[in-house]
Design a binder for this molecule. Sequence first.
Ligand SMILES: *[C@@H]1O[C@H](CO)[C@@H](O)[C@H](O)[C@H]1NC(C)=O
Length: 154
Amino acid sequence: MVDVDSYRLSVAKSLGADDFVKVSTNSQDVDEEVIQIQQAMGNDIDVSFDCAGFSKTVSTALNATRAGGKVCLIGMGCNEMTVPLTPAAAREVDVISIFRYKDTWSLCLEFLRTGKTDVKPLITHRFGFSQEELVEAFEVSARGGDAIKVMFNL
Ligand SMILES: *[C@@H]1O[C@H](CO)[C@@H](O)[C@H](O)[C@H]1NC(C)=O
């Protein structure tokens, strides 16, 4: 697990992530962080999931993933990016994507039903459904930080 936020990383660790690397938002740090991520994994990285969608995060995923591996783009943080795509293509790293978690719902519901996954620790904030609370909830979610899943009580 890789993130800029220590709280999110600690939650990931408590939920079973083998290891984590805290990264910066500075593109200059990619090469050093790729080494840290590869060391933390201890093995070649077959698949990376980018859940942020910025030049820096996708560059990190492309450079950290082994030759012949896959990078799945999930986060959509910005429309245009500058990433080291040609070197990744030369290593035959496949870039794949998923939009709105298509076709993953039934598997997720099965994990919830059987108790295989406990998602409650991911719910960090709950709000009512008034106009003020709606605005506050979106602000909390957009701020990031310790907000992981922000829920509304209907
Ligand atoms: C990523 O890998 C490529 C190819 O090795 C390298 O040119 C580039 O500097 C690396 N780092 C970034 C941030 O793109």
